[in-house]
Design a protein around this ligand. Structure first.
Ligand code: Z57
Length: 790
């Protein structure tokens, strides 16, 4: 497609779809017109992919996820179709700037963090590889809340991405499923029949996901809840106008809002209804498609793979059995075997508070037949494994982890370390019973968004030296390695980082009013705020560094900008205290003329995918400092390494594998191992001993306690300090000195720019394995048994 053709297509949509003429067009009008023009280019490959899948009678994979943290779609689509240059020219001719137009799109924030972003990367990789499949989720009317800071305190406001029409999706009013809740179960001619008391409609909304170079496109199908009847006419005629709309309100509530709790099961009835709503709608859709192609349910596991992204869609096991057994009349054990051979399950965390449990009483009320089926699943399991101490039903709860494990033929961890811990801790008993079931699939990230899209400077440099093949074959980055000996390459590599940093410094000045020195080290920690991720370890080190700098300002310090980004779950009190502390510390340090440009602390509000795309390419140092054993994988860590930031990190999650790939000499390791953490906690005085041994740590804690950062209010952080001094489950104190010392090694390395840039370039050259293309190929081979169709 030429720039002229695209320009014509944009103008046609501007007139015919938007009803505007160019003289009055806003950035929004142009963005929508370009979106529709680009979407037109996706349709043919999309249809062609479906046609090929049918023609090959191929097995398909269905990725069921409560979250898809997509971000913006236009730039991805433009890049994948090779239309960047073309679109730039077309818009230039119309008097608009492509970058500005791209930035006008609201982020699709249908996820909290890593789990949802992983699902989005997987969709991109499945379409790039030609893996036939579909993502299934919920079309939340409101995605993750918008964060602002008032006097440093997090305020949540509703997110409203659908206020403007969603240019990418196709509503499918004909693709609706009726989803029931509650009611009763009765036997009819030897079969159980569930008669739900309430029901809603699930309506499909499809977004095409185009792969690299437009060779394949899959579908993301999101379900929106709608009332079966818009209005209760009888109530309306009686004059009960509010009651007449009750049905509608109940239905729409189900897909109204994303629960904002990352790794923290809330146990709310509405959440259970959301889980069942999208899982049941997806399964019906899947079975209808299967039965349109095959007439034998025996073939289900050969033609269908269903991946459960965490336990959130775990009700798929009982629901599939219900369909096969209650509705199609298969024997229970037979139905259970077919379901198991179709389902597989990814575990994303070992944190006990994240492992979903539903009260049996709640499940009996909302899903009475499913509770009965779960009891029979447990019976069948125990009949086969009479010695096993494992139970699905325990303490009045349904344990969704055990249910998912027992109903899946494969269970996977998300990094090597995490998979080992899954085997030795949460699922140790089940692993003994089923030693082949747990497999590892280390996470990955899509290079299309996280290198090509986010870092055009580095991308151009890479392509200039090794050609364009790296974009869908990321291990080709290895070919950069010899270039680190080339002074010309290293100068260009350093210039690309400097350019990104200059852009970020301008953006920081714009959005926060803080002037930062682009030559300083950009030290970045961006992720959800959680105690196990230890943003408070980072801010304690920041305080200690500031105190040392003030005591001796001319000691040759390496200038740093500490950048934070991330949201806290609205009900997570301690995480919100940490946010306030970071903002308090930033205010005091940034106003200190003694330290001046030596140290700045920046915390832009409302971190999201688009902000990550700005920050990561401009980072020098990547903070991956979780308490060892707690971060299942991490995926931000991979994006930083690819973009040439060095990691300071613990031996946790995928950090371990990143360090192996980039080389220990190019990674700043500190802190206790997972085993050492567990052993250290045995000593109830571990935190007190660490504080006593570290005047620096004691000084930083004292700085917080005496109100230095809280206008003299010593009480503001009393609870946080009492926790650190009294219990410190996340071993902030025990790891502090190791972290401090490691940071000073970071300083020494940064002070030698040639050494630093070489380490950074080696991180880029050696991180190709962390492409989500590699991850998806692993799932296809080890979990789904599917081969690519391109
Ligand atoms: C979530 O984002 C993750 C785990 C969860 O159990 C839930 Br709920 C949400 C994250 C992990 O914390 C990360 O370590 C991991 O990289 C990511 O899932 C993707 O696997």
């Amino acid at each position: 497609m030429t720039a002229q053709e695209l320009q014509k297509a944009v103008l046609r949509h501007l007139e015919l779809s938007l009803g505007k003429d160019l003289a009055h067009a806003t950035v929004y009008d142009i963005r929508m017109s370009l979106t529709l023009a680009v979407r037109d280019q996706v349709i043919a490959p999309w249809f062609e992919s479906t046609r090929k899948t049918y023609a090959a009678q191929s097995k398909r994979v269905y990725y069921l996820s409560m979250e898809f943290l997509i971000g913006r779609l236009l730039e991805d689509a433009v890049n994948n179709l090779g239309l960047k240059q073309t679109a730039q020219e077309a818009l230039d001719a119309l008097g608009f700037d492509l970058t500005q137009v791209i930035a006008d799109e609201p982020d699709a924030a249908l996820g909290n963090g890593g789990l949802g972003r992983l699902a989005a990367c997987f969709l991109d990789s499945m379409s790039t590889i030609g893996c036939p499949g579909m993502g299934y989720g919920i079309r939340y009317e409101h995605g993750l809340f918008r964060q602002s800071f008032h006097d440093g305190v997090q305020i949540e406001e509703p997110e409203d991405w659908l206020r403007q029409p969603h240019g990418w999706e196709f509503a499918r009013p004909e693709a609706v499923e009726r989803i029931g809740f509650g009611g009763t179960v009765e036997a009819h001619d030897g079969r159980m029949r569930w008669s739900p008391a309430d029901a809603v409609l699930a309506k499909a909304h499809d977004t095409p996901i185009i792969g690299w170079q437009g060779q394949w496109a899959n579908t993301l199908r999101l379900w929106g809840a709608e009332p079966i009847q818009a209005f209760d006419l009888e109530a309306f005629n009686r004059g009960d106008f509010v009651g007449a709309a009750e049905q509608e309100a109940f239905a729409r509530t189900i897909s109204r809002v994303l629960y904002p709790d990352d790794t923290n099961g809330e146990g709310k009835e509405l959440r259970l209804k959301q889980e069942y709503f999208f899982t049941a709608a997806s399964l019906r859709d899947i079975l209808r498609r299967f039965l349109s192609e095959h007439d034998d349910l025996e073939l289900l596991p050969q033609k269908v793979a269903i991946q459960l992204n965490d336990t959130h869609p775990a009700i798929a096991g009982p629901e599939l059995i219900r369909i096969l057994h209650d509705e199609h009349g298969l024997e229970f054990d037979h139905a259970m075997a077919l379901a198991r051979n179709t389902l597989s399950f990814t575990n994303h965390t070992l944190l006990p508070e994240a492992l979903e449990r539903w009260p049996q009483a709640l499940m009996a009320r909302v899903l009475p037949r499913h509770l009965q089926i779960i009891a029979r699943i447990e019976e069948a399991f125990l009949a086969a494994q009479p010695e096993s101490p494992v139970r699905i039903l325990e303490d009045g709860d349904v344990r969704m982890g055990e249910l998912s494990f027992i109903m899946a033929h494969r269970v996977n961890g998300v990094s090597a370390l995490h998979t080992g811990l899954v085997k030795s801790t949460v699922f140790a008993q089940l692993h003994r019973t089923f030693p082949d079931r747990i497999v590892n699939q280390t996470n990955g990230v899509t290079p299309r968004r996280w290198v090509l899209g986010a870092n055009p400077r580095l991308s151009a440099l890479i392509t200039d030296r090794i050609g364009p093949g790296w974009v869908d074959d990321l291990e080709q980055l290895g070919a950069l390695e010899p270039h680190v000996e080339d002074a010309g390459f290293m100068a260009d590599y350093a210039a690309s980082k400097a350019g990104n940093k200059a852009d970020l410094a301008a953006w920081i000045a714009d959005t926060t009013g803080i002037a930062v020195d682009p030559a300083a080290m950009f030290d970045v920690q961006i992720k959800r705020i959680h105690e196990y991720k230890r943003q408070h370890l980072n801010i304690l080190e920041t305080i200690a560094l500031w105190q040392d700098m003030r005591a001796n300002p001319r000691a040759g310090w390496v200038p740093r900008v500490k950048i934070f980004g991330g949201k806290a779950a609205p009900g997570y009190v301690r995480a919100k205290e940490i946010i306030r502390l970071i903002n308090d510390v930033a205010r005091v340090i940034n106003a200190d003329p003694v330290t001046g440009d030596l140290l700045k602390v920046v915390y832009p509000a409302n971190y999201n995918v688009s902000m990550a795309e700005k920050l990561i390419p401009a980072s020098d140092l990547s903070e991956q400092i979780s308490t060892a054993g707690k971060e299942a994988s991490g995926t931000g860590n991979m994006k930083f390494a690819l973009n040439g930031a060095l990691t300071i990190g613990t031996l946790d999650g995928a950090n371990v594998e990143i360090r192996e790939h980039v080389g220990a000499e190019n990674f700043f390791l500190f802190g206790m191992t997972a085993e050492e953490v567990v052993a250290r906690r045995e000593d109830p005085q571990h935190q007190a001993k660490a504080i006593a041994a570290s005047p620096r740590l004691a000084g930083a804690l004292k700085g917080i306690a005496d109100g230095t950062f809280s206008d003299g209010d010593g009480a503001r952080y009393a609870a946080l300090l009492a926790d650190l001094r009294g219990h410190d489950y996340f071993t902030i104190c025990a790891d502090f000195d190791s972290y401090w010392n490691c940071q000073r090694q970071v300083d020494a390395a940064f002070a030698d720019p040639a050494r630093w840039m070489r380490m950074a370039a080696l991180n880029t050259a050696r991180s190709g394995w962390f492409s989500s293309d590699r991850t998806i190929r692993g799932y296809m081979a080890d979990v789904w048994d599917i081969t690519p169709l391109i």
